[in-house]
Each structure stands twice: as structure tokens, then as C-alpha cells.
Design a protein around this ligand. Structure first.
Ligand code: TXA
Ligand code: MG
Length: 337
């Protein structure tokens, strides 16, 4: 089928209340008509997601987004002009057409125009707001290829649109514009500094909330985005300690992940299943390429049956904020030996 035919089919499925997984620049989304409660409930069922976790809605552009927000402040216009289509979700008071299932009963909705040609074409054709969490089981690692979605959700989805690997590789930044002071609820593809250059100072939501709380942002929940391996994080000064523990290990099912590799080589090493590497993997040394590969690496290591994963925390500098956030949620701190 041609890609035009596939998009037409995907639009028809969404219009009749079905589920379509679609590519975005961040991660693959699991889409349903955000004006149809029955369709939206299918998302929660397929993901095993608690109904207290709100979903974001995808739109092709700011003009369309305005239909689904009850108010549209000047900041939203400026941010959309600068970053859309792109990895920024804006939380605003919701319009009545967005059903309560999407927003978990909250009065606000997260809106985003994804920067991917297939997604934009689909959103234009379908002419509906598309609720779309990441297309993975709840709390597991987000998918960055169509194959990841197939492995994880398989028959639970009516159609998977394959748009190749996601370029950004981690989820969008979620910015709440519904409160007095704009607040980043989840760091992501657009940095705090980039946002502040456009609208001035923003707050950063620092804490996390326990399971079962109706979080303003499900991404705030402590354990999230986690691989199946027992994943532990450590600071660079603990590197020797970690290596020591691993070398005393008898079954060889451990891997250490740290930044420091060359981005150009990394894709090939990953495609070969890290055959040429030992148990210490060097992800790319810059945050952008590290983020691009992170989830695919976690999946590959799970596939290989790695039992213990040690991830070195990258530097505490602005460009690494989103990556550090995802590592923190995927791991527990290094326990005493
Ligand atoms: O990059 C992304 O955002 C991807 C792609 C598919 O677009 N989607 C995604 O969705 O990561 P999900 O469901 O895995 O995460 C949804 C995020 C939550 O972490 C939360 O921050 C935010 O959307 N969210 C949705 N509705 C909200 C609301 N009403 N208030 C606050 N946050 C909301
Ligand atoms: Mg998710």
C-alpha cells in the first residue's frame, strides 16, 4: 500500500473509533479520537494504564489547537510559532469537546503538534484531536521504532504506521500554561533555556508523586520508562565501586552504560546487538545523540536478557536535563553492597 493509502486507512480507523500507532519525532504514539470516550478507553486498556493518567492530544498546528483549548494566551502563540511542530506539549484549560477520559477528569488538556511528516499528514486528514500516549505498556520504555510497537502492543492496535526511527528519541517537554507561573512538568526535547528565551522565566516541577495519585503529569511518577533488567544508576565518582562489583559477579549478565562513545559509530554497534562491545557500552558523548538511542538500547539489552544494568549519570548541565530525568525514572540509586 502507498503511504497516501495507509494514511487514508489510518484516518478512517481513527474516525470510526479504532486505535492507530503513529510515528512522531519523539516516540511512537498510540492514537485515538479524543472526542470519543469509547475510543479513548481502548488506549487505557491496551496500555494497562491507570485512568488517572491524562493523555496529550495531537494537532497539526496552533490554529487547530485553539479549537481544543478554552483559552489561548499570548505565550502559547509565541511558543507554538517557535517550537511547533516539535517536542513541546502545552497544558491549557480544555475545551468541552475533549472528553474527560483524555484528561483524567482534569480541567486542562496537553496539546502538541508533532514534527513528523506522516503524523502531520494524518492529523490534517483525520480532522480530529488525536489522544496519543507513548505506544508502550504502562511504565515500560517508550517505543522509538514501529517494530518496538509491534513487539509490545501487537494485536491491540488496528494499524501501525511505520515512519522509521524517531529522531529525538525521548518524550516531549510538557509545559503547564494553565497556572500563574508557567511550569515545566516534564523535561524533554525542548529545554528550559529555549523556552525562557521566548516567554521569560518558567518554574521547574522538581518532585515526583507516588503511584495512584492523580498526577498533573504522569511523567512525574517516580518509577516510569523502566526496562525489565534491574537498573541502577550511579554517579561518576562511584565508577570504580561499580566496576568492582561487576567483576566479582559470576554470571556475566551485567552491563554498564555510560556516555563517551562516538555518535557516528553507535547506530551500527546497536544494529549489531553490541557484538563487538564488551559489557561496558559507551553511548554517544552528546545529549542529543544519547537521547536518540537511549530507549532502543534499553530494549536491546532487555532482549539480550541482561539482568543487571548500571547507568552512569551524565553531567548535571542544562543539555542533559531530560536524559537525566529519564535515567532517574528508569533506575534506582546504587544500593550499598
Ligand atoms: O512526546 C510525547 O509527548 C509523546 C508523543 C507520542 O507525542 N507522548 C507521550 O505521552 O509521552 P504520554 O502519555 O506517555 O505522556 C503524557 C504526558 C504526561 O507526562 C503529562 O505530562 C502530560 O502528557 N499531560 C497530559 N495531559 C495533561 C494535563 N491535563 N495536565 C498536565 N499534564 C498533562
Ligand atoms: Mg509514556
Amino acid at each position: 500500500m502507498s503511504s497516501a493509502d495507509l494514511i487514508a486507512r489510518a484516518a478512517a480507523i481513527l474516525q470510526s473509533g479504532g486505535l492507530v500507532a503513529f510515528p512522531t519525532e519523539t516516540v511512537y504514539g498510540l492514537g485515538a479520537d479524543a472526542t470519543n470516550s469509547i475510543a479513548v478507553r481502548k488506549i487505557f486498556a491496551a496500555k494497562g494504564r491507570p485512568s488517572t493518567n491524562p493523555l496529550i492530544c495531537h494537532v497539526p498546528d496552533a490554529e487547530v489547537a485553539k479549537r481544543y483549548a478554552a483559552t489561548w494566551p499570548a505565550e502559547a502563540t509565541r511558543l507554538a510559532e517557535t517550537f511547533w511542530p516539535g517536542p513541546l506539549t502545552l497544558v491549557l484549560p480544555k475545551a468541552a469537546v475533549i472528553v474527560d477520559e483524555v484528561t483524567a477528569g482534569l480541567g486542562t488538556v496537553g496539546l502538541r503538534a508533532p514534527n513528523h511528516p506522516l503524523a502531520l499528514e494524518l492529523l490534517r486528514q483525520v480532522d480530529l484531536p488525536i489522544a496519543g500516549p507513548s505506544a508502550n505498556k504502562s511504565n515500560h520504555v517508550s517505543p522509538t521504532t514501529a517494530a518496538h510497537v509491534r513487539e509490545e502492543l501487537g494485536d491491540a492496535v488496528d494499524l501501525i504506521l511505520d515512519g522509521g526511527p524517531c529522531s529525538v528519541g525521548i518524550e516531549s517537554t510538557v509545559l503547564d500554561l494553565s497556572t500563574d507561573r508557567p511550569t515545566i512538568l516534564r523535561p524533554g526535547g525542548v529545554s528550559r533555556e529555549q523556552i525562557e528565551r521566548v516567554i521569560g522565566p518558567v518554574e521547574m516541577f522538581a518532585g515526583s508523586v507516588g503511584k495512584g495519585t492523580a498526577a498533573a503529569s504522569p511523567g512525574q511518577q517516580e518509577k516510569h520508562y523502566a526496562p525489565r533488567a534491574d537498573a541502577v544508576r550511579y554517579e561518576p565518582h562511584q565508577a570504580q565501586d561499580v566496576t568492582g562489583r561487576c567483576l566479582r559477579d559470576t554470571d556475566d549478565r551485567w552491563t554498564i552504560l555510560r556516555a563517551g562513545g562516538r555518535a557516528e559509530e553507535f547506530g551500527r554497534l546497536l544494529a549489531d546487538g553490541f557484538e563487538a562491545c564488551g559489557n561496558i557500552l559507551y553511548l554517544p558523548d552528546n545529549a542529543r545523540d544519547y537521547a536518540h538511542h537511549l530507549y532502543a538500547v534499553l530494549r536491546e539489552l532487555d532482549r539480550q536478557g541482561v539482568a543487571r544494568l548500571f547507568i552512569e549519570m551524565p553531567p548535571e548541565t542544562p543539555e542533559w536535563t531530560a536524559v537525566r530525568d529519564r535515567i532517574r525514572r528508569a533506575t534506582r540509586p546504587l544500593p550499598p553492597e
